[in-house]
Design a protein around this ligand. Structure first.
Ligand SMILES: [Zn+2]
Length: 596
């Protein structure tokens, strides 16, 4: 009861703030979150949502079913415990769970109400929550329920933490201790929080602060690591976009022991990235590509976004055919950023483009599944499937579009102009684009018609004539394939080798290994990467088998997986011996990020 009155007083203050800031009209609900971590209780988060002026005499609180950026449904509500609601006098309000993710509260007379629940930690990487004696990580959508019908209203959040804990979050500070605010629920939950004791660095670019937090392993050259992050930020904001659309940006790095990283997840004003400690020890720039990728996303997918990707529907899958642009173009610009900042050599850049082509040529369904269809079906196929990948083919299409745009405009325009155009005409108006707007943008920039390119390679499944595009920059392609031993693709992630995807119809699928299993060993050897698995399999011949040990729940299972032969594609991109003057201009323009 005492607690709820405290919030009523806080509301007077908060209401005045929003009223004067123009964010809210008198009479609209005020939404105030508290997240508490209790010293010594490292299993539970306590969440309280206080609503002033609830809109109806019945209100519904909903736990999202997915997190933007990770296109898969999660059972976030299964970690919820002890749901209850009270009015300002501390009187219990009737609360009914109306479906697995929603709770309805009856409010006969309440002017202010407090809705609270406990949340257990959940081990789902970026989509979950972790809590240790040292720090906690919070992913917004899997932590905070929303008031149905009020997602567009401003919210504040206050963290109540063990003594000495700090906060890193990409939201603006509110005028109360440990408090932040967001203009709506989407922006609020798009800001993961790192709470606790961690290393923190800061640098400014064009007067805007960038915060770099590091948790986990720290035995590497952190100064050089942070300098690398700054080079990436400087290139993308000052040269590529000439735009800093945020007042603060937070990089949250978690460094794992060993050779395995954990990928990254993009957010509006922050990112969470997992890197491999052993690799950083050898090369402090080894996390540059994923950092450049997640940072580029603050434009492409967050602000330059398909219409369905914001405002979000958190209750069901939200589909778009444009993920090839959101992810593939982002992969291409991550590589270009590494190249144009000198973090990567020119050779490494072309090797990586060649690698994408080789991978795409190995996709078993490349002549049946378009990159648009692969985008649409991600909710079923999951990441890392052996079929067409919108990351891989999307990146190839970005390179080919860049070359074709430079060719038809005599190197006066490039793909850089297209993304800047989209930034000006969609992101700056906070408008999502329709899928067909991408073709329109390319056509406007080039004054040409690219519909054949989109029909064939984006919507269609025509075999890509790589050489026709590469020759614009005086480049040639060498493609060859040979038979190699194979058991099918087994995608593993995280320090415990969680099986993230299993290639359909392949030997690993046929013996019964499933997504969600944990890979313990292959032929008695512990492995930690795709390369490790390949090493074991490559030592076999057709007709032999490998023994795979799996942990499923509490059970150890042993599988004998037969080895088959599969085509392995190798690809190399070289410069022609005597490029023409135009080919040289296009090549140099692409490398340097310039046009004529
Ligand atoms: Zn991405």
């Amino acid at each position: 009861m005492q607690r709820c009155w405290r919030y009523v007083l806080l509301f007077l203050f908060i209401s005045l703030f929003f009223y004067h800031s123009g964010a809210c009209q008198p009479g609209c609900p005020q939404i105030y979150y508290d997240l508490t971590i209790k010293e010594g209780d490292w299993q539970t988060f306590y969440v309280n949502i206080t609503i002033a002026r609830p809109p109806h005499n019945r209100v519904v609180f909903v736990m999202p079913s997915w997190s933007p950026g990770g296109y898969m449904l999660g059972e976030y509500s299964k970690y919820v415990r002890h749901v209850q609601a009270k009015d300002a006098d501390g009187k219990q309000l009737t609360t009914l769970q109306v479906n697995p993710s929603a709770w309805e509260v009856s409010l006969p007379t309440a002017k202010t109400m407090c809705f609270s629940y406990e949340l257990k930690v959940s081990p789902r990487g970026f989509m979950g929550r972790s809590l240790t004696e040292t720090y906690a990580r919070i992913n917004g959508p899997s932590t905070y329920m929303y008031l149905k019908g009020a997602k567009e209203k401003p919210v504040t959040v206050t963290f109540h933490l063990p003594t000495g804990w700090k906060i890193a979050i990409g939201l603006e500070e509110f005028k109360l201790p440990n408090s932040y605010w967001a203009p709506n629920y989407d922006i609020f939950v798009d800001a993961p929080a790192l709470l606790g004791k961690f290393k923190q660095f800061q640098f400014d670019v064009a007067g805007v602060p960038h915060i770099v937090t590091i948790t986990g392993e720290t035995d590497f050259d952190q100064q050089k690591f942070v300098e690398t992050v700054k080079r990436i930020v400087t290139y993308e904001t000052q040269q590529l976009f000439n735009d800093i659309p945020y007042s603060k940006y937070v990089f949250m790095f978690n460094i794992y022991p060993g050779e395995r990283g954990g990928g990254g997840l993009e957010h509006l004003n922050s990112t969470t990235i997992g890197l491999a400690g052993e690799k950083l020890k050898v090369d402090p720039t080894s996390g540059a590509n994923v950092t450049a990728h997640e940072f580029f996303h603050l434009w492409n997918v967050k602000r330059i976004r398909p219409k369905v990707l914001g405002p979000f529907d958190y209750t069901k899958d939200v589909r778009t055919t444009a993920l090839w642009f959101c992810e593939g173009v982002t992969c291409y610009y991550a590589d270009l950023t590494c190249l144009r900042t000198g973090i990567w050599s020119v050779e490494k850049f072309w090797q990586n483009q060649a690698k994408q082509i080789a991978q795409h040529q190995e996709a078993y369904d490349r002549l049946q599944t378009s990159v648009e269809m692969a985008s649409w079906k991600i909710w079923e196929t999951g990441y890392g499937s052996a079929g067409v990948s919108f990351y891989t083919k999307g990146q190839i299409l970005a390179l080919l579009l860049d070359l074709q745009i430079r060719e038809v405009t005599d190197n006066r325009r490039s793909l850089d102009d297209v993304i800047r155009f989209l930034n000006c005409w969609f992101a700056k108006y906070d408008e999502g684009y329709e899928e067909r707007d991408l073709l329109r943008a390319v056509n406007s920039i080039t004054n040409s018609d690219f519909s054949q390119f989109f029909d064939r390679y984006v919507s269609g499944t025509v075999e890509i004539p790589y050489a026709d595009f590469l020759q614009h920059a005086g480049l040639k392609l060498h493609l060859e394939s040979k038979k190699v031993p194979d058991i099918g693709r087994l995608v593993i992630m995280g320090p415990k080798n969680r099986v993230f995807n299993v290639e359909k119809g392949s030997p690993v699928d046929e013996v019964g290994i499933k997504r969600g299993d944990y890979l313990l060993s292959i032929d008695g050897q512990t492995v930690s990467s795709r390369e490790d698995i390949a090493r074991v399999v490559n030592s076999k011949e057709e007709g032999q088998s490998v023994a795979i040990e799996i942990l499923r729940g509490d059970n150890k299972l042993n599988f004998v997986v037969p080895v088959r032969l599969k085509d392995k594609v190798n690809c190399r991109i070289d410069q022609v011996a005597r490029p023409t003057e135009k080919q040289q201009r296009i090549y140099q323009g692409l490398i340097a990020g310039t046009t004529d």
